[in-house]
Design a protein around this ligand. Structure first.
Ligand code: FES
Length: 124
């Protein structure tokens, strides 16, 4: 049995729906391990996407749906135990993440849409 992998880009939302330092836009990405929650933010004009999974304990980060950022708009704070991540890079800035950052998802803005790279597996 052979397994083939391919990647594709999936439209998530119109580009103007992703507001600078605003609420995150949640989506589900299909990975080899199964469907995984993820989210988009716009930081310094750039779309950023991460798996919605804390590096301390694999739970979702937002304290209310789409609410990821602290008052500065530049840090993602885990709702469970307060791990702090840089919103632009996903790097751990402090707390229980202990140097382990968020897992980024490739994303791009093209033709007025935000797209993420979704990986699909197929048995051939
Ligand atoms: S689960 Fe996120 S800090 Fe513990």
């Amino acid at each position: 049995m052979a397994i083939s992998l391919h990647s594709a880009w999936s439209k998530i939302c119109p580009a103007d729906a992703l507001i600078e330092q605003g609420d995150g836009i949640r989506f589900v990405i299909s990975l080899v391990e199964g469907p995984i929650p993820a989210f988009l933010l716009r930081i310094d004009g750039q779309a950023r996407a991460y798996l919605n999974r804390c590096s301390h304990v694999p739970v979702e980060l937002d304290w209310d749906e789409g609410k990821f950022l602290d008052a500065s708009g530049r840090s993602i704070v885990c709702a469970t135990h307060g791990a702090v991540y840089d919103a632009g890079s996903g790097r751990c800035q402090g707390g229980p993440c202990r140097g382990r950052g968020l897992q980024p998802v490739a994303c791009r803005e093209i033709d007025g849409w935000i797209e993420v790279e979704a990986t699909a597996s197929r048995h051939a």
